[in-house]
Design a binder for this molecule. Structure first.
Ligand code: ATP
Length: 512
């Protein structure tokens, strides 16, 4: 199965099992807007909890806020979004489809990378244990040819990006012969800039309506509240402010399910530090955030840093944490050293003093800031795409299982009476009533036990607990493990401890 096909199956699975629905589907949906269903909301909440607790509980100098979506319009002037939050846009005249010019070129580059990796994989297969990857990469003519082509295109693209040269973007697309995937033609328009902010009217026209924006990032809420938090919380630099909330971007191309949405959710933390110490903090947060990801057990090889070559004018360092999505390594989280750009601009435009008085040195300064910014929805997609597996069992049957890291699983345990009679439902209900205060549990008594196991596998429930006739005598239940499918008899009295060991979020947090 190709990664493309797998991705389509995953999208269908998300809908079938109540993880994600297209928004307003009865009206044929709304492009790049999605709703989280009964399972999705649980997984999403668990992801947010993992992030929130890691930030605000494990760090005594990080506190949280929840700022409004609407902000004073000057916010977006100070932040630079009104002037420069643009994407380079290009249309194909035949398909009438719109694309991001930079993404078309980046996709072309990714394809060259894929070709190189395929060559390397072939070499590995051919030479077996004797394979010397470094030497192969340095000498194989096919690899060298592709690499030279990659470097040439990459250099040209970066130059155009740095110079913001829209005509050159188009020329690169034409020179590379990039075609529209829908029409297959090269009938491209010129490239132009497109601002991604949604605007709306605030207040009735009678009282003088004002254009306001739906925030395109949550970070600015933190910057404008920074002085309130610092003063009321008596925070000493260095300290951080964390926030989880909705953000809105009128994305040009939004065809990758929840990877790129027009309404999405961010988890952002701004860490304020003394000017001159920001690189140290940048390095620390890079390490800290990577650890948070790898700690979930989804394979360290599925993450990588991608340091930015082109820095935004306000940043003095920036990196992405990329995840191996079904469509390749793509940005999951951004870590940026933003200097005093945001606070400095807000100070200037608002006329309010946003300096910090350092009681130890007697200096006053506008703090520098290191930001960590991750999309909840992208994280959700990372977890789901990694977890989705189609397995063939020893008996020839197949199953679909979501091996979601247990503390993030929507349902932690399913309680299943073997039959709907003989007093088994009553015992099962009793277990349910006891466990439901600690874990999100599901009680299911319909269909054969095998079918019920499959349904729980498909939503990623770590434990299935079956109550059978023996339970009435020995007060034990059969506990089936989602991943190994191993079954063991466990006394009812020990259930809570057993489940807790695997699913308690605190166990994950303790490893950080
Ligand atoms: P991209 O280059 O993919 O457009 P970005 O660099 O614009 O992303 P940032 O502005 O750094 O993204 O936003 C921080 C994080 O917010 C991203 O790493 C991503 O996880 C998430 N994010 C950004 N845009 C979207 C979107 N349209 N849909 C879902 N998540 C998003």
């Amino acid at each position: 199965m190709t990664q493309d096909e797998l991705f389509k199956i995953l999208v269908a699975h998300c809908k079938e099992y109540g993880f994600i629905f297209p928004s307003s589907e009865i009206y044929d949906g709304l492009a790049a807007v999605y709703d989280y269903g009964q399972m999705g909301v649980e997984l999403k909440n668990n992801i947010k909890q993992y992030w929130w607790n890691a930030m605000t509980r494990l760090n005594e100098n990080i506190v949280g806020i929840d700022a409004a979506v609407f902000m004073h319009p000057s916010t977006w002037v100070a932040s630079g979004h009104v002037a420069a939050f643009n994407d380079p846009l290009i249309d194909n005249r035949d398909s009438k489809k719109r694309y991001r010019a930079d993404v078309l070129i980046e996709d072309y580059l990714s394809k060259i990378e894929e070709k190189i990796e395929k060559e390397v994989a072939k070499g590995r297969k051919r030479f077996g244990d004797a394979f010397d990857e470094a030497q192969f990469r340095a000498t194989n003519p096919n690899v060298l040819r592709e690499k030279a082509h990659y470097d040439e295109v990459h250099e040209r693209y970066k130059k155009a990006e740095n110079a913001n040269d829209l005509a050159e973007y188009k020329q690169i697309i034409l020179d590379l012969g990039i075609v529209c995937p829908i029409s297959g033609t090269k009938n491209w328009t010129d490239v132009r800039q497109f601002n991604l902010m949604f605007s709306t009217q605030f207040g009735s026209t009678g009282e003088g309506a004002n254009t306001v924006y739906l925030r395109p990032e949550t970070a600015q809420g933190i910057f404008v509240d920074y002085i309130n938090v610092q003063k009321t919380g008596r925070m000493k630099v260095p300290f951080g402010i964390a926030q989880i909330g909705k953000a809105f971007r009128n994305e040009v191309v939004a065809r990758q399910f929840i990877f790129r949405m027009r309404e999405f959710e961010q988890m952002e933390m701004e860490f304020f530090c003394k000017p001159g110490t920001e690189m140290e903090w940048f390095a620390k947060w890079k390490e800290n955030r990577m650890k948070w990801h790898v700690n979930l057990g989804m394979g360290a090889e599925n993450y990588r840093f991608h340091d930015h070559e082109k820095l935004a004018h306000y940043a003095n360092a920036a990196t992405d944490i990329e995840f191996h999505f079904p469509f390749g390594f793509k940005e999951l989280e951004g870590i940026h050293s933003r200097t005093d750009f945001d606070l400095g601009n807000h100070q200037q435009l608002s006329g309010r003093k946003l300096t910090y008085f350092d009681p130890e040195t007697g200096e006053s300064y506008v703090p520098y800031c290191v930001e960590t910014s991750i999309g909840v929805d992208r994280m959700f997609l990372a977890v789901l795409s990694h977890s989705y597996k189609q397995e063939t069992l020893e008996n020839g049957e197949s199953r679909v299982v979501l091996s979601i890291p247990a503390p993030l699983a929507p349902v932690k345990a399913a309680i299943l009476p073997l039959v709907k009679k003989d007093g088994l439902p009553e015992v099962a209900q009793e277990i349910m009533n006891d466990l439901k205060y600690d874990f999100n549990c599901q009680y299911e008594d319909k269909d054969s036990i095998g079918k019920r196991y499959r349904r729980q596998d498909a939503i990623g429930t770590p434990y299935c607990i079956t109550v059978d006739h023996d339970t009435l005598v020995d007060h034990c239940v059969t506990v089936r493990d989602r991943d190994t499918m191993a079954q063991e008899r466990v006394p009812i009295a020990e259930l809570k401890a057993l489940i807790d060991k695997k699913v308690n979020l605190n166990n994950l947090l303790r490893n950080l």
